[in-house]
Design a protein around this ligand. Structure first.
Ligand code: HAM
Length: 420
């Protein structure tokens, strides 16, 4: 039996990959407008990094990590997300000594042992961005505006930006207490996971998608009513700045993120078009994380987008593969060798060029040129070689002209370059 790939880990095939490249290129383009530089970190880290940052009682750490021991008996984990590794790299490389403000972005595979379904995979990809070192709410608004700008640039419109504040170590314990008291009488109605979360991570209960839990938490205390003065002021100013720059948002006080490092502003870009996996991007502020990981006490804020979900949303409007500028249809040994050398020269000069390698009939070669959607075909048969005149066919208009082979390279690249 042939060997298959791993459940929930997908191949991204030609035809789909063009959409991915488009999404990545646009991220590089847009993020650089906002002053971000790329950082690349390993896909494997010490398990402890994720336990300490994401939190011991989160679903990710409790149930979803690909953790294993290497041959030296170190516990390692395939990264389930990018923020913790980027903060680890920031601290380890003392990046704050180069610049007190860091704006970093990353893209690549993440791994979570979740139940695979549409939009949810075990190896998935994120494009993420993080700003370290700025506490002012202007940066929250700037990060959110960049996210909205990205969605506009890639042409995904069916999304809504929802924001919330989760408070800080000052005010969150008070909210947690109020929520625990509220949930106490409703434990029976909660799902099994939420009964456990009630003890370990009660905030997650208000975010649960199970209908029984949603019903049981109607009227639950709102986190926004329990924010301290500082957090209230921060959240108000984030909203003011968003309005100043015209970035649309709504407030969702029930949004609680699945990672423990968040403080103050949190957000999600949600869509109605992906069923239950409705978050296409998500993030927030994490003012205590860098210090908790042994670094300087610097604030941070960022987000990550799920590339599979972006690609699903891009759907029909996907990006075409690049078409060959020229197909060389050669007949006979001499023409074939000539075409082979010409193809190599043209490729070096930036022309996307293809040929038939196997001496097929002219008809078969033209069929292949059609299939590849080549813009032009240069026909080189025995007569053409003898007369030193090739036949250049423009596929779109089905017109053909005779062109001298002497100087053909200049002609194809400079004098009559391919249509864009
Ligand atoms: P997250 O909400 O766990 O946050 O993931 C961010 C995004 O990754 C989700 O909104 C979703 O689009 C995508 N995603 C997550 N899990 C899967 C999956 N199993 N299959 C497909 N897509 C998935 C974080 O990871 C934080 N590090 C975001 C962040 C950056 N916060 C601050 N900075």
């Amino acid at each position: 039996m042939s060997i298959t790939g791993i459940k929930g880990m997908n191949d991204i095939l030609p035809g789909e990959v063009e959409t991915w490249q488009f999404l990545e290129e646009q991220a590089r383009r847009i993020f650089s407008l906002y002053g971000f530089s790329e950082i690349r970190v390993p896909v494997v880290e010490k398990t402890e990094l994720f336990q300490r940052s994401i939190g011991e009682t989160t679903d990710i750490v409790e149930k979803e990590m690909y953790t294993f021991r290497d041959k030296s008996d170190n516990s390692l984990t395939l990264r389930p997300e990018g923020t913790a590794p980027v903060m680890r790299a920031f601290i380890q490389n003392k990046l704050h000594t180069r610049d007190p403000i860091a704006k970093l972005y990353y893209m690549g595979p993440m791994f979570r042992y979740e139940r695979p379904q549409k939009g949810r995979y075990r190896q998935f990809h994120q494009i993420g961005a993080e700003v370290i070192g700025v506490e002012d709410p202007k940066i929250d608004a700037q990060v959110l505006t960049m996210l909205a700008h990205y969605f506009e640039a890639v042409g995904i419109t069916d999304v809504e930006l929802q924001i919330n504040s989760l408070g800080c170590p000052e005010c969150r314990p008070g909210y947690r207490q109020a929520l625990t008291a509220f949930l106490e009488d409703r434990l029976e109605a909660l799902c099994e996971d939420c009964r456990r979360r009630y003890r370990t991570n009660p905030l997650r209960v208000v975010d649960c998608k199970v209908p029984g839990c949603k019903e049981a938490t109607v009227g639950a205390p709102s986190v926004l009513d329990h924010l301290c003065g500082d957090c209230t002021e921060h959240f108000t100013r984030v909203q003011e700045h968003l309005r100043e720059v015209g970035t649309a948002f709504s407030i969702n006080a029930r949004m609680v993120r699945g990672l423990d490092y968040y403080t103050k502003t949190t957000f999600e870009m949600v869509t109605g078009s992906l069923g239950s996996q409705n978050a296409v991007a998500a993030g927030g502020r994490y003012d205590g994380l860098i210090k908790d990981l042994g670094g300087p006490p610097l604030p941070g804020i960022g987000f990550a987008m799920g590339v599979e979900r972006l690609a699903l949303m891009k759907g029909e409007a996907r990006i075409e593969a690049a078409r060959p500028d020229l197909f060389l249809a050669a007949l006979g040994e001499e023409a074939s060798r000539y075409a082979f050398a010409l193809m190599s020269r043209l490729q070096r000069r930036g022309l996307r060029t293809e040929m038939d390698y196997e001496g097929k009939s002219l008809k078969a070669q033209l069929r292949r040129a059609d299939k590849l959607m080549a813009k032009r075909v240069l026909i080189l048969g025995e007569d053409e070689m003898a007369s030193r005149q090739g036949q250049l066919r423009t596929m779109e208009t089905s017109t053909q002209e005779s062109v001298p082979l002497d100087g053909i390279e200049e002609f194809l690249v400079v004098a009559a370059p391919p249509a864009p």
